[in-house]
Design a protein around this ligand. Structure first.
Ligand code: SAM
Ligand code: SF4
Length: 326
């Protein structure tokens, strides 16, 4: 087990498999986003070497993300390899769902356990305006394929951005009445230089909750009021699924953070919203030994920053969410 200097057990790794995406969500990247050349990104053997090292340090939970992880060439084979690394007990993916129609079943057979699918609205035109060109139909087919393949429980993530989809929270939450899905609303995080949406577009947790209660009546607390990961859980009376509120901006959960992130170009980022990164790919390619890499990792993990500084207006300016792996 690996602890940081604040006594947090860090055992959850999010890996960005690519910085590319087949959508351009307004809060995530600009329309003319440029991507890194593929040789600058971790190759499969490099991802696996690092995953083994993390697993040896006690990491047991991995989430594959991006960019859009399903766009990575050979993603099914890579999932199979990661799933077979000793010590990895939980393997999941965050995806926009567009390609799941075809990939859900092979991914599940390769050892993927669950998916979080991003869906910000059930209105086809607004879906297009948030994603700039996506089709809601494809995502819906992806959700159904994921459920059929057993990538459950299905979690749907909706980022709420002012002026785009704050009205859509009610219809999304209503999905939980008939389906055993977890619909989670996420406060938009401002990423300084990289997207046009800034702090003014953040819709705080309290406002999301008020909108839900105005449309649907009082929400019941679920999970005994405890956080489920980063989400505060609620339920509509009699509903099969749950509603989660993730308030990374207004009520940060840094004190219980167990995560580290590996960017697609092999940098270890210990806090999503802090710019400090440790380059692992360069030493790996330069022939660093297992012991040297292990030392580098332990030092980086120990020095994990306490938390983000959004409340002090300290906004990361260096990278888009898609590059870090959200
Ligand atoms: N492409 C995949 C997807 O959209 O699910 C995986 C990568 S995406 C960067 C991961 C998650 O980050 C998505 O749920 C997305 O909505 C969320 N995200 C992107 N930009 C964000 C922002 N500025 N604030 C909060 N969440 C954001
Ligand atoms: Fe792509 Fe996901 Fe970012 Fe949307 S949120 S642009 S789907 S990486």
């Amino acid at each position: 087990m690996t602890y940081d200097r604040f006594g947090r057990n860090i055992h959850y790794l999010r890996i960005s498999l690519t910085d590319r995406c087949n959508l351009r969500c307004v809060y995530c990247m600009p329309e003319d986003m440029t991507f890194r050349p593929s040789e600058a990104l971790m190759q499969d053997d490099e991802v696996l070497r690092l995953v083994r090292l993390f697993a040896e340090l006690g990491f047991d939970k991995i989430r594959l993300t991006g960019g859009e992880p399903t766009l990575r060439k050979g993603v099914v084979d890579l999932v199979r390899e990661i799933a077979s690394v000793p010590g990895i007990r939980s393997l999941s993916m965050t995806t926009n769902g567009i390609l799941l129609d075809k990939l859900a079943e092979p991914l599940a057979r390769a050892g993927l356990q669950r998916v979080n699918i991003s869906l910000d609205t059930l209105n086809p035109e607004r879906f297009r305006s948030v994603t700039r060109w996506g089709s809601l139909e494809h995502v819906w087919a992806g959700i159904e394929a994921a459920e059929a393949a057993g990538l459950t429980p299905i979690k749907l993530n909706a980022v709420v951005a002012r002026g785009f989809n704050e009205e859509d929270v009610v219809a999304l939450a209503e999905l939980t009445r008939q389906r055993p899905w977890h619909v989670r609303f996420i406060e938009m995080m401002p990423f300084g230089g990289v997207t046009e949406l800034q702090t003014g577009a953040v819709v705080p947790h309290q406002e999301i909750k008020q909108r839900l209660e105005a449309g649907l009546g009082a929400l019941e607390e679920a999970n005994g009021g405890r956080l489920d990961g980063e989400a505060r859980l609620y339920r509509l009376p009699g509903a099969r699924g749950t509603i989660g509120l993730i308030s990374s901006v207004t009520q940060p959960f840094c004190a219980s953070c167990t995560r580290a992130r590996l960017t697609a170009d092999g940098r270890l980022r210990m806090c999503l919203l802090r710019e400090t990164e440790i380059d692992l790919l360069t030493p790996l390619r330069a022939g660093a030994s297992r012991e040297e890499l292990r030392r580098l990792l332990l030092q980086a993990l120990w020095n994990k920053p306490w938390g983000h500084g959004l409340a002090q207006q300290e906004i990361p300016l260096d990278r888009a969410m898609s590059e870090i792996g959200g």
